[in-house]
Design a protein around this ligand. Structure first.
Ligand SMILES: Nc1nc2c(ncn2[C@@H]2O[C@H](COP(=O)(O)OP(=O)(O)OP(=O)(O)O)[C@@H](O)[C@H]2O)c(=O)[nH]1
Ligand SMILES: [Mg+2]
Length: 322
C-alpha cells in the first residue's frame, strides 16, 4: 500500500476471488393432462461469466477492500413446456491498467496492459439438460434431468504496477499535475503547496499513458515527505519528464536532489531517457529564462521551457510525446 498522509490510500496489492455462476439444473416435468404428452422439462440456464475490463482509474482496487469475492449470477432452473432457464447475469469487473494478476493455484500471470480491453476470467457453468432433451427413442419418458455444471472459480493476487510511457517527476509544487491536466483528459488536483498529489495520477495522450507521481524531496529515500515507494510506478516508463520550477533560485540543485532520490530507489532510473521541463516560464523574464537554461546545459539533457498558459510551448512538448 502506498502511504499517504491525509488522503485515502491507494490500494496496490489485494487478493480477489472470482466465481462464475453455476449452471441451472434441468427440469423434470411432463405435459400436463395428457398421458401421452411426454417429458417437457427445459434445460437450465448458463451460469454468468466473469469478465475483467481494464480501466485507467487507478483507484479501482478500492472497490475490493471490503468485498474480496466477486460472483456472477447462477443460471436458473429449466421451466415447464421446454422453456430453458434464464442465464445468470455476467459480471464485469474493472481493474486498473498496470494490474498484474497472479493466479494463486497455477501461478499463471495475466498483465492488464491495454486500456479498455476486456477478458473472460471465469466461465459460467453450462446448464443441465431437462428431461425433454434427455428423451430419445429408447427412453421416451426420462424421470430425471441433469444438474448444471459449476462455474469456474479462481483467486488472484492483484498487484498494481503502473504502465506509463512517460513519467512526470520533480520536487513538490513544480507543476507536474498541471501539465498532466493540460496534456491529457486527467483532472488531477492542483495546489500551490507541497504534496498536493498523494497518489499517482494517470492521463492518456494519444493512447500513451502519462503518469504523474507525488513530489520528491531531499531525503525521500529515507522516508521524508511521502517517501519514494511510488517510484516503482515509473520503473516501466520510457521517458522521464523532469519538471523544474523556473522560478526557483537554484534550478540545477533542484534537478540534482531529485536525481539523487531516483538513484537511491533504483540506479536504472538514471539511465532512462529524460527531458527537463523548465515550468511556469510565464512567471519569469526571457532573460531570466535564458540564464536558467544555461545553468542546465552542463547536464547535456534536452531542456524545454514550458508553461500551461502558453499554447506554443505546450505544442513543443506534445511534439516530443508524439
Ligand atoms: N503561472 C503558472 N503557474 C503554474 C504553472 N503550472 C503550475 N502552476 C501552479 O503551480 C502550483 C503547483 O502546481 P501542481 O501542478 O499542483 O504541482 P505539482 O508538481 O503537481 O505538485 P505536487 O503534487 O505537490 O508535487 C499550482 O498553484 C499551479 O497553479 C504554469 O505553467 N504557470
Ligand atoms: Mg501534483
Amino acid at each position: 500500500m502506498i502511504n499517504t498522509q491525509h488522503q485515502a490510500r491507494l490500494i496496490d496489492e489485494i487478493d480477489i476471488s472470482f466465481k462464475a455462476g453455476h449452471g441451472g439444473p434441468g427440469r423434470v416435468s411432463f405435459v400436463p393432462h395428457n398421458p401421452h404428452g411426454g417429458p417437457d422439462g427445459g434445460d437450465g440456464g448458463h451460469g454468468g461469466d466473469v469478465y475483467i475490463r481494464t480501466t485507467t482509474d487507478l483507484t479501482a482496487l478500492k472497490a475490493f477492500s471490503n468485498k474480496k469475492v466477486v460472483e456472477a449470477v447462477d443460471g436458473e432452473m429449466g421451466g415447464k413446456n421446454k422453456r430453458n432457464g434464464a442465464a445468470g447475469a455476467d459480471i464485469m469487473v474493472e481493474l486498473p491498467l498496470g494490474s498484474i494478476l497472479t493466479e494463486k493455484e497455477s501461478e499463471k500471470i495475466i498483465e492488464l496492459d491495454s486500456p479498455g480491453s476486456v477478458i473472460l476470467i471465469c466461465q459460467g457453468g453450462i446448464g443441465g439438460r431437462g428431461n425433454a432433451a434427455l428423451a430419445h427413442s429408447r427412453r421416451t419418458t426420462p424421470r430425471f434431468a441433469q444438474k448444471g455444471r459449476p462455474g469456474e472459480s479462481k483467486t488472484f493476487l492483484v498487484s498494481l504496477k503502473l504502465i506509463a510511457e512517460f513519467g512526470l517527476i520533480g520536487l513538490p509544487n513544480a507543476g507536474k499535475s498541471s501539465l498532466l491536466n493540460s496534456l491529457t483528459n486527467a483532472t488531477a488536483k492542483i495546489g500551490d503547496y507541497d504534496f498536493t498529489t498523494l497518489e499517482p495520477n494517470l492521463g492518456v495522450y494519444r493512447n500513451k499513458i502519462i503518469a504523474d507521481i507525488p513530489g520528491l524531496i531531499e531525503g525521500a529515500s529515507e522516508g521524508k515527505g511521502l517517501g519514494i515507494k511510488f517510484l516503482k510506478h515509473i520503473e516501466k516508463t520510457k521517458v522521464l519528464l523532469h519538471c523544474i520550477d523556473s522560478t526557483s533560485s537554484d534550478v540545477k540543485r533542484d534537478y540534482l536532489i531529485v536525481r539523487n532520490e531516483l538513484a537511491s530507489f533504483n540506479k536504472d532510473l538514471l539511465d532512462k531517457e529524460e527531458v527537463i521541463l523548465l515550468t511556469k516560464t510565464d512567471e519569469i523574464s526571457d532573460q531570466e529564462l535564458k540564464a536558467k537554461q544555461k545553468k542546465l546545459t552542463s547536464l547535456r539533457k534536452k531542456v524545454l521551457p514550458i508553461s500551461i498558459l502558453d499554447d506554443q510551448l505546450l505544442a513543443n512538448l506534445r511534439k516530443i510525446l508524439d
